[in-house]
Design a protein around this ligand. Structure first.
Ligand code: CUA
Length: 133
């Protein structure tokens, strides 16, 4: 019995030493990543990449009323995907993917551009979203 009592503090210390690993692992999950993937892709998914210094494709086409998700993946650098006329402005981090529902209620051509100063080719990062009737 006495041996058990002596052993138990050692056990408790051992457990205590091991315990912190779990909370630490949880805290290493960056909050922005969780937020970026909050949107579940719906309808047709259009993969787009953002890199130094271009969006691919730079012309994105959809039909009016079509359900479309833009799935933008950061390849290099940090960029902003901004479509002012559609109320979109998302930050695209390298190695992360953002799902953006594309509003298709209006036909038209909507310009997009990088909205974060990302270096010498920043001003070349632009394109168009074309929504046809
Ligand atoms: Cu990419 Cu600015």
């Amino acid at each position: 019995m006495k041996r058990l009592l002596l052993l138990s503090p050692i056990l408790i210390l051992t457990l205590a030493a091991c315990a912190p690993t779990k909370p630490q692992q949880q805290s290493t999950i960056p909050a922005p990543a969780a937020a970026m993937e909050r949107t579940v892709p719906q309808g047709r998914v259009i993969p787009v990449t953002a890199e130094l210094w271009k969006f691919t494709p730079n012309v994105i086409e959809a039909k009016k009323g079509e359900v479309v998700t833009l799935q933008i993946t950061g390849v290099s650098g940090t960029h902003g995907f901004s479509v002012p006329d559609l109320g979109i402005n998302e930050t695209i981090f390298m190695g992360k993917t953002v799902n953006i529902p594309l509003p298709t209620d209006r036909a038209g051509t909507f310009s997009f551009a990088c909205s974060i100063q990302c270096g010498s080719g920043h001003s070349e990062m632009k394109g168009q979203i074309v929504i046809t009737e």
